[in-house]
Design a binder for this molecule. Structure first.
Ligand code: ATP
Length: 574
């Protein structure tokens, strides 16, 4: 909670002003029963109209002051709460951007979305409500008890017994409710996760007629959320009748002893009315305590969830001695005894892997599904760090380069072509923000997508839907290749990026790559692509099985021969 509250720091003036005007409102509220006692005792009982008019006028004036104070308070409370929410959201976004993939395994996407939306809204609402009314509640209770003691000490002793008991009870409820609301937020994460998967995979769901199954999955998650919310709310709702019962008993006791005191001259009628009035105000505040408990419990749960993200250190960062200016001049790559296991798992995906790739070489990486090809790729731009061994580029350990600098010089085309909502050209400029129109078109021509783009009604300004939904699979692949080519990388990593292209288009694309002086690593399942590579690396269950040219492997590797023959067989059948 402290972590989140520290975000209020820059807005301390707004918080101070809001609190000051809360105190003004509170002061007016506390003084009113006192003035009422004066009107009754010195005005009505003494039949003096001028006293009634004087104190009555003062009461109206004070009410106006409270009204204006309320407006100013709202203004500053809104400013402080919304700005704090904005800052927390920006900080979380920044933090998430710095996360490594292993950080992401701790926080699923849907949970991060809930934290950045729902949890932050809870925090904004709580800060606003606190500055507006909630801080008034404890102050009003303390102030009303003190004022009641001033008005008539003996009668107010009843409040000194009932109020602390109730406050203790409510604190206990709040503690329990805090835990329940944390699990409410966790269940909300699950609902969001199911919904997110559903929307992302809606085409697949329709194609596989999985609507009923998915609807059931969603209903289960939603019912879990409902049940947990209901039990949290139930706990809070019992707080209200208990509060009302105890406070009403208190009022009865004040009336009972008050009548006795008035008869014996220990209290005036005005004093009894004033103390009843203070008790009623305390009761009103305590009866909305259930709402306050709920808001605070949710705030506590949300603040903890946000602090979890903010306190997580990005575990893949630059080393202290990493050099900003190292340029990849040649593009020589070497894996030296590299082993890697995904965080949170125990089975090594890459085992003692060693190989070298010469500058400008075109290497095909071949292997069964799950043999570790994509993993190998992800280690080169340091999306993960190796567990053992090292990766060298131009004979330098990649950890000695600044992350940003390393990644800037690598063109990475992932297995799933990922495009973003917005103009098509912005997606290409992702590769190099300051690329000229000519550079962009050159990259697109080489990626064999320029002709397709210029046939679109808005050409390079065509708006892409989410994940490039309005493009075909092959078009998306070629666009993401263009995005990598526009930065003229020294190292190009193509992760099965030509799988959706026909042989002729792929041939043209690979020929165009000859113009780039870069080392190219291609993961591929196609023998036609493999045969055109200078070198082939054959992986099997994370180990290097063979390395060499097509001809060499045909002579030395029985597995390679088998793959070749199985594909050639298929081609013959076709
Ligand atoms: N993020 C991850 N967390 C844990 N295990 C993973 C993760 N990504 C991949 N793996 C596991 O690592 C192994 C290698 O996966 P990888 O994606 O590198 O294989 P691949 O050879 O590229 O397969 P494919 O040809 O099907 O793309 C697989 O067994 C996979 O289950």
């Amino acid at each position: 909670m402290k972590k989140v509250l520290s975000f209020l720091g820059p807005y301390r003036i707004a918080v101070g002003v809001a609190l000051f005007f809360t105190l003004v409102e509170l002061g007016v509220e506390l003084i009113q029963p006192f003035l009422m006692a004066r009107i009754i005792d010195d005005g009505i009982m003494a039949e003096d109209l001028s006293v009634v008019l004087l104190w009555g006028g003062i009461m109206v004036g004070l009410s106006l002051l409270a009204f204006v104070s309320g407006i100013i308070n709202s203004f500053y409370a809104a400013h402080a709460s919304q700005s704090t929410g904005f800052d927390v959201r920006s900080r979380i976004f920044e933090k998430v951007q710095s996360f490594s993939f292993s950080n992401f395994s701790k926080f699923p996407t849907s949970s991060l979305i809930t934290r950045m939306t729902n949890d932050i809204t809870q925090i904004q609402n709580t800060i606003f409500m606190s500055l507006r009314i909630m801080l008034r509640a404890p102050l009003l209770i303390i102030g009303a008890v003190i004022m009641a003691l001033i008005v008539n000490f003996k009668l107010a002793l009843i409040l000194l017994v009932t109020v602390p008991l109730l406050v203790l009870f409510l604190i206990l409820v709040m503690r329990k409710a805090g835990k329940l609301f944390r699990s409410v937020q966790e269940r909300l994460d699950i609902v969001n996760s199911v919904m997110q998967e559903n929307l992302a995979g809606i085409r697949l769901i329709k194609a596989f007629l999985r609507r009923k199954h998915e609807a059931k999955r969603f209903t289960n998650a939603s019912a879990n959320l409902r049940d947990r919310t209901v039990s949290a709310l139930r706990l809070i709702e019992i707080a209200m009748p208990v509060t009302l019962l105890i406070m009403n008993i208190g009022i009865m006791a004040i009336l009972w002893f008050g009548t006795f005191e008035v008869q014996t001259g220990g209290a005036t009628v005005g004093e009894v009315v004033a103390i009843i009035n203070y008790t009623m105000r305390i009761t009103a505040v305590l009866s909305v305590f259930s709402m306050i408990i709920m808001i605070f419990s949710r705030f506590k749960a949300s603040a903890e969830r946000i602090a979890d993200v903010l306190n997580t250190d990005a575990d893949l960062t630059d080393l202290d001695h990493s050099d900003e200016n190292i340029q990849i001049l040649e593009g020589r790559i070497a894996f030296k005894n590299v082993s890697f296991t995904y965080p949170g798992t125990h089975v090594p995906v890459l085992k003692n892997l060693s190989f070298e790739v010469n500058p400008g070489e075109r290497v095909a990486i071949l292997g069964a599904t799950g043999s570790g090809k994509s993993t190998l790729f992800q280690l080169i731009p340091r999306l993960y760090d190796v567990d053992e061994g090292k990766i060298l580029i131009d004979n330098r350990n990649i950890t000695t380069m600044k992350l940003q600098n390393l990644r800037k010089q690598i063109g990475f085309v992932p297995q799933e072509a990922m495009l973003f909502t917005g103009p098509l050209k912005d997606n290409i400029l992702w590769g190099k923000e300051d690329a000229s129109m000519e550079e962009m078109m050159e990259a697109c021509r080489n990626a064999q997508i320029h002709e397709t783009i210029i046939e679109l009604p808005n050409k390079y300004d065509t708006l892409l839907g989410q994940k490039g939904v309005n493009l075909s699979g092959g078009q998306k692949q070629r666009l993401s290749i263009a995005r990598a080519l526009v930065r003229k990388p020294k190292i190009l990593l193509l992760d099965d990026s030509t799988s959706a292209l026909d042989v002729k288009t792929e041939r043209k694309l690979l020929d165009a790559l000859n113009d780039y002086q870069c080392t190219t690593l291609m993961i591929t399942q196609k023998m036609s692509t493999t045969m055109n590579a200078d070198t082939i690396i054959l992986l099997d269950e994370g180990e290097l099985l063979a390395k060499g040219s097509h001809d060499e492997l045909m002579n030395t590797s029985s597995l390679y021969r088998k793959i070749y023959e199985s594909q050639l067989g298929e081609e013959r059948k076709e």
